[in-house]
Design a binder for this molecule. Structure first.
Ligand code: ZN
Length: 343
């Protein structure tokens, strides 16, 4: 990162975000079903970390980490941006933490930067995580889409990067597939925002968090993978329930084989000229969907990513993940697909 030009512009802004003291986005009007994003609501993007902020923050964390964090690039995006990732920890289990594969899903980037900063700290649990895990942090998987504030990539193709782990049409997918192959993560977590503002089925409670333990049907996973996915899911849900007010629901049941997490679990594909990974190293791979931008303060949105992610990291590090009770998983509600406030 040293070759990158560092500047002060934006550092204060991001630092403010990282301490959670940013001015809250205006709270939408209350309607039956809870606070909803209004069609005419102006969502400010000025307080959201862009690509330049990610570069500056990764550089700061690396420089101040006393060698605990190293930053590298997995390759370049379609528009030529470096695909940065940070590595922290020296433990035997590699944990892949990925944010913003969809460029317009904003707050996962700040959340993983906060987590990276914490993992480089002197806190006892941070040290334990570093000793037991090697955490690979990708704060902005899709920098071109993030800069354009769109879901997809921009060039050479405008496609959903989370549907590209079979065709490998995009340089981002090729780069991150190679990184996945090389670091061989046992566990993976992918952070998203919901496009809708649903309510928890049978209630009027605004659904703030959906747990995605199955990007593919469990029949496509090994028994160990399906168990590990549910253990990661319930470690996340338990942490959110202690936090309160998350109104957790299942993500809708899907079976999408060309998504990144799906192919991490199944293996079997590779970019042109590369050999597929026959035996996947990945035993657990799940995703979060946090309620959307503009509906709540930035700090709370980041908490909804940070709290469950830290719980899974701690559980993976101290071994309790393997003993996590999954009996409550099937009882988790789904969310209504109706728009918030319409029911
Ligand atoms: Zn997404």
């Amino acid at each position: 990162m040293r070759r990158l030009v560092s500047g002060l512009a934006g550092v204060g802004m991001l630092a403010t975000l990282l301490t959670g003291a940013a001015t809250a986005a205006s709270e939408p009007a209350h309607v039956p079903g809870g606070p909803c994003l209004q069609p005419d609501q102006n969502v400010s993007l000025s307080s959201v970390a862009g690509y330049a902020d990610v570069i500056r923050e990764l550089d700061r964390i690396e420089r101040t980490s006393k060698g605990l964090v190293s930053v590298a690039s997995a390759g370049t995006s379609g528009e030529g941006r470096e695909l940065y990732y940070a590595t922290v920890g020296t433990g035997p289990t590699t944990f892949w933490l990925q944010a913003r594969i969809h460029g317009n899903e904003l707050h996962s980037t700040e959340a993983v930067l906060q987590i990276l900063d914490y993992l480089a700290s002197g806190a006892p649990d941070a040290r334990s995580i570093r000793e037991n895990l090697t955490v690979v942090v990708i704060p902005m998987y899709n920098p071109d889409g993030a800069e354009a504030n769109i879901r997809q990539s921009t060039t050479p193709n405008r496609i959903d990067l989370n549907r590209d782990w079979e065709n490998f049409a995009q340089p981002e997918t090729v780069a991150f597939w190679k990184l996945w192959r090389d670091v061989a993560p046992e566990l993976a977590l992918d952070l998203h925002h919901m496009g809708q503002a649903p309510v928890v089925e049978g209630t009027n409670d605004l659904n703030q968090f959906q747990i995605g333990a199955r990007s593919i049907d469990p029949s496509r996973m090994t028994a160990e993978q399906w168990l590990t996915n549910r253990q990661m899911a319930m470690a996340s849900v338990d942490a959110l329930e202690r936090y309160g007010l998350a109104n957790v629901a299942h993500y809708p049941l899907i079976d999408i084989t060309n998504a990144g997490l799906s192919r991490m679990l199944m293996g079997g594909t590779a970019p042109a000229g590369e050999q597929p990974v026959l035996q996947s190293p990945t035993k657990g791979a799940i995703f979060y969907e946090v309620r959307s931008v503009g509906q709540k303060s930035n700090g709370q949105l980041e908490n909804l990513f940070r709290i469950p992610t830290m719980a899974v990291l701690r559980a993976a590090a101290d071994g309790s993940l393997a003993a996590q009770d999954v009996s409550g998983y099937e009882d988790l509600p789904f969310a209504s697909q109706e728009q918030c406030g319409e029911s």
